[in-house]
Design a binder for this molecule. Structure first.
Ligand SMILES: [Zn+2]
Length: 307
């Protein structure tokens, strides 16, 4: 027979589950259903990226395939691909909400290739450019990653790459490097914390403070086309902070800036237009951003951590 305390605990748990279900209605996670395998010939779409063909040519007999609403997966074991597919769709919803837009016109899906063998991954790396932050390869809207099932993966690294994939769908002509990396860090950190909370963990996104002396000046940061090898960490942290600052200062302004930079207009012209009255020129932004970048948000971050 169950004691009163157990009954109370069970009903409290039920109540909490109900609250959780309401909160996570827009962010459902489904890792319990294994990703169904589909014959390659029956996949709804092909990947025009030649790098995809190169990947599938490495031990072609090993590859299995599957798809969800927005992504197509190429993998070796479904137990490795299933959590990737859950995270990918979760991030899709988070990014669409953050950028306040739905599926771009058309129903093109992004392809994700999941290598398992370290040797095969090393062999494949010769064909693509590794992202220094995550070790994944993002090329023309397709993602190539390695997930060695012997190791447990944690953090926002996969989420970061998936944000790139989704941003590429909305801005297929490309956006500046700082904005792409900053968005990937900003959204994936918040999404990861939200993902952890949905599994019952207490988690808040952490944004790294940057010492004023280490800051890359904004004209240099916004002109970079690839993270600088000698300042990789600062580049990612500062880009994330800049996106966070611009988005929290004026969200409609930020979305307007994103659209303008997506059309390849120069930052110094796009900024005062999108933030009229706030940042008359980039030097005003630089001054305010320097103070913001040095703040430690570990304990003070309250808003903007729930996407
Ligand atoms: Zn990145």
């Amino acid at each position: 027979m169950r004691c009163w305390l157990e009954v109370r605990r069970a009903s409290l748990l039920m109540a909490m589950m109900t609250i959780f279900c309401v909160i996570s209605a827009n962010a459902q996670i489904n890792e319990s259903t294994s990703l169904a395998e589909i014959e390659f010939s029956r996949l709804s779409q092909r990947d025009p990226n030649p790098l995809g063909e190169t990947a599938l040519a490495i031990h072609p007999e090993q590859w299995k395939h599957g798809e969800t609403e927005h992504f197509i997966y190429h993998f070796v074991h479904s137990y490795v691909a299933t959590p990737v597919s859950a995270e990918a769709e979760f991030h899709y919803r988070v990014v669409a909400k953050e950028l306040e837009r739905d599926q771009p016109p058309g129903d093109v899906k992004s392809h994700i290739y999941i290598f398992e063998s370290p040797d095969q991954w090393q062999q494949f790396q010769a064909f693509g450019k590794l992202e220094p932050w995550t070790g994944g390869i993002h090329s023309q809207g397709s993602l190539f990653i390695q997930r060695n099932p012997k190791y447990k993966f944690s953090g926002n690294l996969l989420g970061h790459e998936i944000v790139h994939l989704i941003v590429h769908r909305f801005y297929s002509d490309g956006i500046p490097c700082w904005l792409n990396e900053g968005l990937a860090q900003y959204i994936s950190k918040a999404a990861f914390a939200s993902y952890q909370r949905a599994r019952g963990y207490i988690a808040k996104p952490h944004s790294e403070a940057i010492a004023t002396a280490d800051l890359i000046a904004l004209p240099a940061l916004t002109a970079m086309t690839f993270p600088p090898t000698d300042q990789v960490t600062t580049f990612y942290d500062e880009s994330e902070r800049l996106v966070r600052f611009l988005a929290s200062t004026d969200k409609p302004g930020f979305l307007a800036l994103l659209d303008t930079l997506g059309r390849h207009q120069p930052f110094e012209i796009a900024l005062p237009r999108a933030y009229a009255g706030k940042f008359a020129d980039p030097s005003v932004l630089e001054q305010k951003f320097r103070e913001y970048a040095a703040k430690d948000f570990r304990t003070t971050l309250q808003q903007g951590d729930d996407l």
